[in-house]
Design a protein around this ligand. Structure first.
Ligand SMILES: NC(=O)c1ccc[n+]([C@@H]2O[C@H](COP(=O)([O-])OP(=O)(O)OC[C@H]3O[C@@H](n4cnc5c(N)ncnc54)[C@H](OP(=O)(O)O)[C@@H]3O)[C@@H](O)[C@H]2O)c1
Length: 230
């Protein structure tokens, strides 16, 4: 049975991706920072034997390494860095908050690299060997037509570069690295005006991941399978 490890699995896109991969008969290591508060995920794990919940605050390197150690020897076919934050409420020109901006960088950009470093042997030992990170067209320099959102946009642009670097660094180990854009989705981050449901986005992202080809490594791909510009 192939295995997915996903962060931020307790709600939003992470929860739907967990549901979707379980439906495709994958084992899912569903990580979230407060399992005791993750009612929906607990219900899913109770109904689907292949879903196991693990506590993981992605910004806590000790927790990341501890989980990697406890899972030592277990192949992970897809390591999916899904957890992310928008950052400070106000991010327009003239109102950027430095501490909040740094926190967005820590969680959205640095944590995915730390996870890749901690779990690279698990991924290398698997059949599919994929590291995926949730990026965003909000982090695309080419597609920025509306400005603002400085903390979020720059943290995503930076993680795009991290993943491109991993695609180069880990190619010799046969590891495929992609950045995914889920569309604009109705989650707590995306808000209720978003046109896409988490179910539709997760279904599209799952299809993209299951059909991933080696030559797509180092690309930004949306939930419909389109390659988007950096
Ligand atoms: N929704 C959109 O339109 C959209 C568009 C483009 C990209 N994305 C990206 O898609 C990903 C998922 O977003 P979403 O829309 O599902 O947002 P969401 O509903 O706000 O969920 C965010 C998830 O990330 C987790 N998380 C945040 N900080 C964490 C940390 N330090 N450690 C562990 N988990 C943490 C949250 O856990 P808690 O419940 O513990 O806070 C939650 O599970 C994010 O990377 C986001 O940037 C979303």
């Amino acid at each position: 049975m192939p295995t997915l490890l996903i962060t931020g699995a307790n709600r939003g896109l992470g929860l739907e991706l967990t549901r979707e991969f379980a439906r495709h008969h994958w084992r899912v290591l569903a990580c979230c920072r407060s399992p005791e508060e993750a009612g929906d995920l607990q219900a899913l794990a109770a109904a689907a034997e292949a879903v196991a919940i693990h506590r993981l605050e992605v910004g806590d390197i000790a927790q990341v390494r501890d989980l990697a150690g406890r899972l030592k020897g277990a192949p992970i076919d897809i390591l999916f860095n899904n957890a992310g934050i928008f950052g400070p409420k106000h991010q327009r020109f003239g109102e950027t908050d430095e501490a909040g901006w740094l926190e967005a960088f820590r969680i959205n950009c640095i944590a995915p690299l730390r996870l890749a470093e901690a779990f690279v042997e698990h991924v290398a030992a698997s059949e599919r060997r994929v590291i995926a990170t949730m990026g965003s067209v909000m982090g695309s320099i080419a597609e920025n037509g509306s400005g603002g959102d400085y903390a979020y946009r720059t943290s995503k642009a930076a993680v795009h570069m991290v993943m491109k670097g991993l695609a180069v660094d880990l190619a010799a180990r046969g590891i495929v690295t992609v950045v995914l854009h889920p569309g604009w989705v109705q989650t707590s981050m995306g808000g209720s005006n978003a046109p896409l449901t988490p179910e539709a986005s997760a279904a599209g992202l799952t299809e993209v991941l299951l059909g991933l080809r080696r030559e797509q490594s180092g690309m930004l791909i949306d939930y419909q399978g389109n390659v988007r510009p950096w």
